[in-house]
Design a protein around this ligand. Sequence first.
Ligand SMILES: *[C@@H]1O[C@H](CO)[C@@H](O)[C@H](O)[C@H]1NC(C)=O
Ligand SMILES: *[C@@H]1O[C@H](CO)[C@@H](O)[C@H](O)[C@H]1NC(C)=O
Ligand SMILES: *[C@@H]1O[C@H](CO)[C@@H](O)[C@H](O)[C@H]1NC(C)=O
Ligand SMILES: *[C@@H]1O[C@H](CO)[C@@H](O)[C@H](O)[C@H]1NC(C)=O
Ligand SMILES: *[C@@H]1O[C@H](CO)[C@@H](O)[C@H](O)[C@H]1NC(C)=O
Ligand SMILES: *[C@@H]1O[C@H](CO)[C@@H](O)[C@H](O)[C@H]1NC(C)=O
Ligand SMILES: *[C@@H]1O[C@H](CO)[C@@H](O)[C@H](O)[C@H]1NC(C)=O
Ligand SMILES: *[C@@H]1O[C@H](CO)[C@@H](O)[C@H](O)[C@H]1NC(C)=O
Ligand SMILES: *[C@@H]1O[C@H](CO)[C@@H](O)[C@H](O)[C@H]1NC(C)=O
Ligand SMILES: *[C@@H]1O[C@H](CO)[C@@H](O)[C@H](O)[C@H]1NC(C)=O
Ligand SMILES: *[C@@H]1O[C@H](CO)[C@@H](O)[C@H](O)[C@H]1NC(C)=O
Ligand SMILES: *[C@@H]1O[C@H](CO)[C@@H](O)[C@H](O)[C@H]1NC(C)=O
Length: 724
Amino acid sequence: MFLLWLMVLVVSLISNSKSDTLCLNNPIIICHCQSGTGSVTCVQSQASNDTSIDWLTFSSPEYESYIFDFINITRLTPDTFTNFRSRFSSLNSLQFRFTNGVDEIAENTFQMLSNYSETHISLTFNSPGNFQLADHAFGQSKYHQILIVDGQQQQTYQLNLKAFERANISGLSIVNCNNIQLIQNEPLSLTIQEVEIKKSSLTNVDLLIQSLSNSLTKLDLSSNKLVHVPSLAKFTGLTDIDLHENLIEEIHANTFINLTRLLRLNLSYNQMKRISHEAFAELHLTILTLNDNHLTSLETVTIHNEKKSFLNPLNQSLTTLVLSNNLLHDFDPIRNLTHLNTLQLCCNQIRGLYEDSFQNAHQLEIIDLSSNHIGSIHPLTFKATKVKHLDLSSNPFSSLETTKIVYDEDFKRKNQTNSFLEHITSTLTNLLLKNCTNLLEINWFLFKHTDILYNLDLSGTPKTDKFWLYQPRNYNDSAVQGQMRQFMVTVMGINFTNNDYCLFKPVFQVLNHTILLLDNDHPCNCFVFMMRNILQMRVPPICLSNQSIIDELSQECMNIDASCAFPTSSTTMSSTLSLSSTSFTTMDSTIPITTIITTIPMTTTIPTTIPTTTTSPTTIPTTTTSPATTTTTSMTATTTKVTTTTKTEESTTSVALTTIVTTLGAAPKDDGKWKTILAIMIPLTVIIVVLSSAGIYIVQKRKKNRSKEAIELRGGLTNIFANK
Ligand SMILES: *[C@@H]1O[C@H](CO)[C@@H](O)[C@H](O)[C@H]1NC(C)=O
Ligand SMILES: *[C@@H]1O[C@H](CO)[C@@H](O)[C@H](O)[C@H]1NC(C)=O
Ligand SMILES: *[C@@H]1O[C@H](CO)[C@@H](O)[C@H](O)[C@H]1NC(C)=O
Ligand SMILES: *[C@@H]1O[C@H](CO)[C@@H](O)[C@H](O)[C@H]1NC(C)=O
Ligand SMILES: *[C@@H]1O[C@H](CO)[C@@H](O)[C@H](O)[C@H]1NC(C)=O
Ligand SMILES: *[C@@H]1O[C@H](CO)[C@@H](O)[C@H](O)[C@H]1NC(C)=O
Ligand SMILES: *[C@@H]1O[C@H](CO)[C@@H](O)[C@H](O)[C@H]1NC(C)=O
Ligand SMILES: *[C@@H]1O[C@H](CO)[C@@H](O)[C@H](O)[C@H]1NC(C)=O
Ligand SMILES: *[C@@H]1O[C@H](CO)[C@@H](O)[C@H](O)[C@H]1NC(C)=O
Ligand SMILES: *[C@@H]1O[C@H](CO)[C@@H](O)[C@H](O)[C@H]1NC(C)=O
Ligand SMILES: *[C@@H]1O[C@H](CO)[C@@H](O)[C@H](O)[C@H]1NC(C)=O
Ligand SMILES: *[C@@H]1O[C@H](CO)[C@@H](O)[C@H](O)[C@H]1NC(C)=O
């Protein structure tokens, strides 16, 4: 039994390893068939003038689809496919790939394929040799695709177009056949739907154009050396033209005449300087790609001395316009493109955006104006659009707001500040302000009303004093504040300091649900440390995984957090507070903001301005108006037990952290919370200063219940000072 199993195993192993079988052996070629598929590899065994192969000798099961790889075959004649049709009677798809050195294809070589009227036929010639094609080499057959790639660079191909006559080809591609030269001895009418001749230094394109019938729908002549657009008027069915990466300098009137079905035109990476205002007359283009040219204007002056633009005729059809990397100073005609959805205007010389810049562009959703010289943005610039994605990166404007002087009823001068963001709050989702090196202030109040903005990129902007500006404005039509949403703010290339944590506090209400994306190598400091719950770092700074740094920061940052409330006396505060240590433990992980104070190791009674109720010596219930919650982002936790001891424990740090994050999570509207710290800290400071200078040893336990205004702490002072 076991032996039988072993034999089966061995047999299956052998059959697995021998998946190729010899299926044709002929003096000219040897073919191997891959078992289970219609994949056949045939290699020419010796160079010979004999080309005859009888396919009735081919031994293999029947498949519906075959891929034949012919390697090193140099000559093809009708004899090469003797009895092919009889051997393979019905096929769904058939692919011939000839790799290396095809020198010659004789007349009607592929005529036998004409019998497969329903078969999907593709021919590929990789690295052909001389590639001499006889007239009608491809016969009267119908091809899905004929692909000729990687011609040998050292020689010029003379491609006989008459080889394709009679055939019906859906797609002809000639790619990377350097120095291809088309030849043709008499007028032809080739039936090819899509022609692609790329990267082949094609020069005599006119011959191709003359030879093609009007069945052409797509023409791709990119990456050649064309200096003008050939006359395409007869191809009335053309929908796509790609002429990118050529040497075209100008588009004359009527160049695309009669191409009323043309939808997409790509003229990028040319030397375009001028486009006639009649170039696209009668066209209904939807996508026009003109990036990386030398255009200085979208308008030309007519003989009647009027300015007209080639874009005007497209005002009802164009949805995507790409004009990046030109030399444009303005883009006035774009305002009339009522159907425009996407505008790429990166890397031009545009200096300002005005009230009417997009006046009639009501469908505009995606705008890239990055890397221009935009110094001012009129508040009404985008009002008529429904812009979702706005890229203003690398522009020199200094503020997102503009201020103008207005006169009120009493003729008093008044500054009125507005922003372009006011009018797009309900549509904007992405705002990119990368590398705006002159952006000196960011009023975060603006983002309070951008209802659905989820991506704000400020990478590389300078971090000025006004980076965290929060200045409420009286906007005319500011939207009702929407639901708090997920909001991602990217601040790569900016180093934040300890001070930023304090400056950030007023902005927190805007950034409540924010993910901040920082550099991975951002230095570790209190900003990073305190914000880490809302930061996202692909690789968090190493320091945040280092416990000793965390310990250090947790101490330092608590003090900073506290000192934020005292901008004037912050230095004395932190130096005083640093006397205290993290030596306390707690039973609760959620601590109200007041627990920061519990690091002071003594038992005392602190009068505060907020009402607190003490129920036991070790429990400090803080009564607030908000409902009790136990989440760390809320500071409304009510009952927390705090026991101050002289023992330093592992849990100490985490408690301290939680406290800080809790502090951050304070509802900003509730200014009383910040005042609370203030109210508690002042008396404490006094006490600490007094106590430390006196160096008194106090162990006291006292219970005081003075009309709800007491916080009671218990602990020993000695050891804390001894530790220091
Ligand atoms: C093939 O035929 C040509 C002339 O037709 C001859 O010069 C050449 O030597 C032949 N090659 C072989 C391999 O028989
Ligand atoms: C094809 O011919 C080249 C030389 O022309 C040779 O180096 C290569 O090994 C041949 N390929 C096969 C599969 O025989
Ligand atoms: C192929 O088609 C031609 C006519 O189109 C016909 O004469 C010939 O018999 C067909 N051959 C086979 C094998 O079907
Ligand atoms: C070429 O083939 C297409 C379908 O693939 C067909 O619509 C068209 O009529 C054919 N053209 C000619 C000239 O046979
Ligand atoms: C454009 O089409 C019209 C009619 O369809 C024709 O009369 C005219 O000659 C065509 N123009 C060119 C330049 O082919
Ligand atoms: C040019 O435009 C065509 C069609 O719009 C597009 O497929 C192609 O990727 C574009 N090429 C470049 C280089 O932009
Ligand atoms: C926009 O269209 C209006 C009306 O068609 C026209 O008067 C105006 O000159 C156009 N503006 C530009 C900049 O082309
Ligand atoms: C768009 O062009 C049409 C005619 O070409 C014109 O009537 C219309 O006023 C233009 N619209 C705009 C907004 O320019
Ligand atoms: C940032 O903008 C300045 C000019 O505004 C430019 O010189 C610099 O290359 C830009 N840097 C990046 C990374 O884009
Ligand atoms: C208006 O703004 C200017 C400069 O921006 C400032 O000097 C001036 O004090 C402001 N006036 C008022 C009334 O705010
Ligand atoms: C940020 O800090 C890092 C490390 O200290 C430094 O290498 C980098 O140059 C700083 N970047 C800026 C924009 O100051
Ligand atoms: C922050 O988010 C929480 C939870 O959604 C919410 O209760 C709180 O009001 C928000 N704070 C602000 C200032 O919007």
